[in-house]
Design a protein around this ligand. Structure first.
Ligand SMILES: [Zn+2]
Length: 225
């Protein structure tokens, strides 16, 4: 008898999240990729496969040395998934998308400054844009890890965005929020120069976010930095 598939529930959750990010309109087609930490490594979406056709066995287990198991090849972006998970013990889930507005700003080499207090959901007073490097390279991975320092999201120049979290649900919610902020910022830029909140105000917001959306006595799934 064949051995039961390890991490079946988590694999199914990764697939559901991939389909959801496309259904939510924050990613297109086969671009984008998702990973989740497991003991000694991580699970990542395979390269070049239609999310609607994915089955749990198609999700690729990898170790931190970069070796993969199973029949499928991992996403071409497995390096930054590995390096972020290695650098950030607070992170278990990573979502990478080519969301329309986040990517539009990234193509201008612009991050998202403190034009709206919700920018703080990404963990600081801005959402940085990592410099451009070819997809799949160690250079891009290094830029991404650096842009995510003290943050839970970043843009990737001429490419897309990354959102991370303790759970897939939290990372997806953050990706949606970053895309919403990118769309607002883009619109504001069409009319004039958006007014930025100063550091003191953003520090106040970050402090308030530590307790925002938490109901007494139960775990909250609300976005928090
Ligand atoms: Zn990409």
């Amino acid at each position: 008898m064949a051995r039961p598939l390890a991490h079946r529930a988590l694999r199914a959750e990764i697939i559901a999240t991939a389909r959801r990010m496309n259904a939510l309109g924050i990613n297109q087609g086969k671009s984008g990729n998702i990973s989740h930490r497991i003991a000694g490594g991580f699970l990542v979406t395979p390269t070049g496969m239609d999310y609607d056709l994915l089955e749990p066995g198609d999700i690729v287990p990898m170790d931190f040395a970069g070796k993969h198991q199973g029949a499928r090849l991992p996403s071409s972006e497995w390096r930054f998934h590995r390096d972020i998970l290695r650098a950030r013990p607070d992170v278990s889930a990573i979502i990478h998308t080519h969301a329309m507005f986040a990517t539009t700003l990234a193509c201008l080499g612009r991050g998202i400054p403190s034009f709206h207090y919700m920018v703080a959901v990404a963990g600081g007073d801005d959402i940085r844009c990592a410099p451009y490097a070819t997809f799949g390279t160690e250079e891009l991975s290094d830029h991404a890890v650096q842009a995510l320092d003290g943050r839970k999201a970043c843009l990737l120049a001429n490419h897309g965005m990354i959102a991370v979290g303790a759970t897939l649900e939290a990372a997806l919610a953050l990706a949606v929020e970053v895309e919403t902020l990118a769309a607002m910022y883009w619109r504001a830029l069409q009319v004039g120069q958006p007014v930025l909140l100063d550091r003191a105000e953003m520090a106040r917001v970050l402090e308030k976010f530590k307790t925002y959306g938490q109901q007494p006595g139960r775990q909250s799934h609300r976005l928090r930095p």
